[in-house]
Ligand binder design. Structure first.
Ligand SMILES: Cc1cc2ncn([C@H]3O[C@H](COP(=O)(O)O)[C@@H](O)[C@H]3O)c2cc1C
Ligand SMILES: O=C(O)c1cccnc1
Length: 401
């Protein structure tokens, strides 16, 4: 039985977590998810029970704060033959990776990117490109000719292509992981549709992603996506889960001009008006899609539960992480952010996730290209901790005067 959307005792606006096992504060997203108590959740403000039993069971994700390990990693870096802090963000990155892996020194041998592809029913209305580009690009990935293929090869990164729900018959194909939940979402801009997918399809996509993430043995997993129309879904999720005004969440995507962005914004605004506002993170995801975003969110939760570093790519992947954090806040600690995308909403989305990206090359492609490009930085950060000489090792004396 679902609970009310507000805490009955203290009236804080908490959204029902009956589907997810974690209650969620709409007006104050910085609050921790409500504590779980055998039968349900408690409002973190007043501790009164507000949820009946959860339906979706997620694996536990350990708290990766690990202050003692972080201090040891920092001390190890400070003893290296360099001015204190002179490797800047690489030092923070190394400490984060060590804390995620619970290892000193951290390890970065096997790096992979998983690219999740799916079709969007709304694609023909919200993108500068036709919906068929989604399946045609999957063929390109399988043939090895896309940007992510070239980067993965040149950077020694494994690449996994996952079909989360492309509207096309590929048949049995080498190199294509079939995780199809449905052949594309429904068009949420059509008032006749309740939303992009049912709650059941959404949970199935999430759980398939979860299993994928739990089973992959890598030190770092980068996330990529392909789905014409998916910046629109990401914008709606960003708006719904953060409260940032829609206009600041919507951008050019793969290449709309100014007038195109204005049309996209008006369409998405209408799509929000024609049906009731979703009342949980999972309902936002089901209503506005897409399948690849749901599967990525699940894969993030699965990979984090086994201590894998999550390498977040651009705008769409960040939106998937946002969803994942609303299901299990600890997942945020497992994420490192590759780059700041040129997509309009990404700067604010990163700020909302309290994230600092490693670089900004003006990329706006997706596919996991930013994540792949970050892998050498992750490898190098770990190598510095492991291999650099300390002042004592090298006999360098820093005493002055
Ligand atoms: C040829 C081509 C290759 C791509 N690879 C990634 N995207 C990127 O663009 C799409 C999102 O933009 P929008 O929401 O505006 O459709 C996604 O597929 C994303 O991965 C591509 C887009 C195109 C056209
Ligand atoms: O930031 C991204 O991931 C992005 C931006 C535009 C188009 N495709 C992806």
């Amino acid at each position: 039985m679902p609970c009310s959307a507000t805490c009955p005792a203290c009236s804080s606006v908490f959204v029902c977590g009956v589907q997810t096992g974690a209650c969620w504060c709409f007006t104050r997203p910085a609050l921790p998810a409500a504590a779980r108590t055998g039968q349900g959740c408690r409002c973190p403000a007043c501790l009164d029970a507000i949820v009946s039993s959860p339906a979706l069971s997620l694996p536990p994700i350990a708290d990766a704060k690990r202050p003692a390990l972080r201090a040891a990693l920092r001390a190890r870096l400070d003893a290296k033959t360099k001015p204190l802090g002179s490797l800047g963000m690489l030092e923070a990155l190394a400490v984060d990776i060590g804390a995620i892996q619970d290892r000193n020194p951290p390890q970065m041998e096997k790096c992979a990117v998983a690219l999740f592809a799916a079709s969007h029913g709304a694609a023909h209305r919200v993108s500068a490109y036709p919906p068929d580009v989604t399946w045609q690009m999957v063929e390109n990935f399988l043939a090895g000719g896309a940007a992510i293929n070239v980067m993965a090869r040149s950077l020694n990164v494994d690449l996994h292509i996952v079909n989360a729900g492309v509207d096309h018959e590929f048949g049995q194909r080498d190199g294509l992981i079939d995780a199809v939940v449905m052949h594309g979402t429904r068009d949420y801009t059509d008032p006749a549709n309740a939303g992009a997918m049912t709650q059941e399809a959404c949970e199935q996509a999430l759980m398939r992603g979860l299993a994928f993430g739990q089973n992959l043995q890598v030190d770092a997993l980068g996330f990529g996506e392909m789905g014409i129309g998916n910046t629109a879904s990401a914008s709606l999720l960003m708006h719904g889960l953060t409260g940032v005004p829609l206009a600041q969440c919507v951008g050019a995507g793969a290449g709309l001009d100014e007038a195109g962005v204005a049309r996209k914004l008006a369409l998405l605004d209408d799509a929000l008006r024609v049906r009731p506002r979703p009342t949980s993170p999972l309902a936002w995801l089901a209503t506005y899609g897409g399948l690849e975003i749901a599967m990525m969110a699940g894969a993030m939760l699965g990979a984090a539960s086994r201590g894998t570093v999550l390498v977040i790519d651009g705008f769409i992947v960040s939106a998937a992480l946002l969803v994942a954090t609303r299901l299990e806040p600890n997942v945020r600690q497992y994420a490192v952010f590759a780059h700041r995308s040129a997509e309009q909403g990404h700067r604010l989305l990163l700020a909302n996730l309290q994230a600092q990206a490693l670089f900004d090359l003006g990329l706006r492609l997706g596919e996991g290209t930013g994540a792949a490009l970050a892998m050498p930085l992750l490898r190098t950060a770990c190598a510095v901790v492991r291999d650099m000489a300390s002042f004592t090792d090298a006999g360098v004396d820093t005493a002055t005067g």
